[in-house]
Design a protein around this ligand. Sequence first.
Ligand code: GLV
Length: 317
Amino acid sequence: MKKILITRKLIKDSEDKASKIFNPIFNTNDELYSQSKVIDMSRGCDGILTSLTDKMDKGTISKLPDTIKIISNFAVGFGNIDLNAAKEKGIAVTNTPDVLSDATAEIGILLILGACRRASEGIQSAKDGGWKWSADYLIGKQLTGTRLGVLGMGRIGQKIARIAKSLGMVIHYHNRSKLSEDKENGATYHDNIKSLFSVSDVLSICCPATKETENMINKETVEYFPKGAVITNVARGDIVDDDALIDALNRRKIYAAGLDVYKNEPNLNPGYLKIKSAFILPHLGSATKDTRIAMANLAIDNIDEFFNTGSCVNKVN
Ligand code: GLV
């Protein structure tokens, strides 16, 4: 049986599955392992099942024992892993696409609604008590007829677009390539971000974090938006230059932000905490029981497939 280090505690169903297939090392206290602890604990192992909280950078990967042949990431995103460093060391990296698209799209929609309809301020007022209804009390931005820009029209982006369309939003998108008509589902394609942002009353960031998308929302690009636009991010914090977005929110160039992901999680830029119109969540995209079990099971199956066949459909490097 292959020996696999599983860096974070999984839901019991998934740990039971792992025990049937491998000789797993579990993290029973769900301690956050340091990079050196991951290296030490992986001695004698054939693979590692990592989470997005594990920083598998070049330095860490280069020190892994030669017996490690696969890093199976318990996430669709893999910005926490240096893919080239893994490739150079002959380590396959896999992810868990598809199974979390619905849950993540639901949070994407929550971010849009929460930011547009001033949910943070509303929750605070309801808790504080003493609020007084009036015709213009906490009025927000209505979605019906509002243009939604989807940055990254993959599985999650397409699902968000479908739900948003059913709410009466008019969908625009940018993607590396134009989608087929059935996947577009009536959305308008923009071949560059300037064009997309200029028609985005609301933006939903759904693209992967890569060198190309890093800080795509920045001091310059934030000016492309119509005044009073809303920016939401369900993808990765690395795509947003926080100082630029916080400045735009403070100037009311950007009306509100809906964020589930941040640079340096869980230490988000404290500037967001001072902004009433920031609707912020603690990285809940895939956080439903069914989805987390499906993701962990897929991460386990990816390892099994890799050792049985020498490759894996979900290999990303
Ligand atoms: C969650 O954020 C994931 O990438 O799976």
